[in-house]
Design a protein around this ligand. Structure first.
Ligand SMILES: Cc1cc2nc3c(=O)[nH]c(=O)nc-3n(C[C@H](O)[C@H](O)[C@H](O)COP(=O)(O)O)c2cc1C
Length: 302
């Protein structure tokens, strides 16, 4: 979970409990620092996640220090020598990742939290990808995982592992702002929108807040003008550089037309709880507590 929502504390706790914890931060120095801090907490394998629209060459070099590198959102290409997974939202993308040499793909369903790559429910996409790729090629399933039964269903459907975001956002170790966590605990519904698309104009699943109440009318994607401005904000540099996004995020209010994808972390801008994206998957309706990551891993393990 990017934007620093998942750092060394969460990744190390998940890995130490027998899962594969993932660090998702920006910048080569930060990746190195978080990885070293996680290594100090656990000897278990760790993953680093990189968003392809933003990751630079030196980020990949830093991420290569992890046991697994997970990439998302863009043309899959092998950039690291070790284990590489690519998260996909369609059969075509899964095929491309396998052809590019990915060691496994994560099939992401439309019910997932955060940025949502495809339009197909997770289990349906898993079946389609299974049929399209060589027998035995390892697939992981993301989207809809909050309880042990979900993991069992994913494994029975042929996944080698299940990937969970939202459940771990509601762990003691995630770096979500406390008020962000509280909103998620109270939430029953999510919306798939493009509202928080400044610099990265793509769909994402969130819980409602003042910004969505202000801007989302009949079209959950957001007003046409906002979406056009989001697209324009990416022209030239393709996507806004992270430093500019941070400056925009600081000034961001629910009424701002340009809303960045930066989430509310416990050390970020509290104003983002109502002016930024409260990323969450559909499982948020079934999650009613904040627990230590270790307990969540145990509760998910079949
Ligand atoms: C808060 C949040 C942030 C996310 N950030 C990223 C990210 O930076 N990179 C990525 O590959 N996936 C990201 N995802 C998507 C997850 O990889 C995964 O597909 C999703 O969490 C699965 O659905 P779930 O949240 O319902 O478990 C994020 C998800 C959430 C909830």
């Amino acid at each position: 979970m990017g934007g620093g929502l998942s750092r060394h504390e969460l990744a190390a706790a998940v890995s130490e409990a027998g899962g594969l914890g993932t660090i998702a931060v920006s910048g080569a120095a930060t990746i190195r620092r978080e990885l070293a801090a996680a290594r100090a907490l656990t000897a278990a394998p760790l993953a680093v996640n990189l968003l392809l629209p933003f990751a630079r060459r030196d980020w990949f070099e830093a991420a290569a220090g992890a046991d697994v590198v997970v990439t998302f959102w863009g043309k899959p290409r092998r950039r690291v020598p070790g284990l590489w997974l690519h998260q996909c939202g369609s059969v075509a993308e899964a095929r491309a990742a396998q052809a590019a040499g990915a060691d496994a793909v994560i099939v992401q369903g439309v019910e997932a939290g955060g940025h949502v790559r495809g339009t197909t429910p997770a289990l349906e996409l898993l079946q389609r990808v299974r049929a399209a790729l060589p027998a035995g090629y390892p697939l992981l399933l993301a989207g809809g995982i909050a309880e042990r039964g979900d993991v069992v269903v994913a494994l029975e459907a042929g996944a080698i592992a299940a990937v969970a975001g939202t459940r771990f956002l509601l762990s003691g170790e995630s770096r979500a702002h406390p008020a962000y966590r509280q909103r998620l605990l109270e939430a029953e519904e999510t919306v798939l929108t493009e509202l928080f698309g400044a610099g990265w104009p793509v769909p994402h699943r969130v819980v409602a807040n003042a910004a969505t109440a202000h801007w989302l009318g009949d079209d959950p994607r957001g007003p046409r003008l906002n979406r056009a401005l989001n697209r324009l904000s990416g022209v030239g540099a393709r996507y806004l550089p992270p430093s500019l996004q941070v400056r925009l995020a600081r000034a961001q209010r629910p009424q701002s037309r340009l809303l960045t994808p930066i989430g509310a972390t416990d050390d970020g801008f509290p104003t983002l709880v109502d002016a930024g994206p409260l990323y969450a998957g559909e499982t948020v309706a079934r999650i009613g507590d904040v627990r230590p990551a270790r307990d969540i891993v145990a509760a998910l393990t079949p």
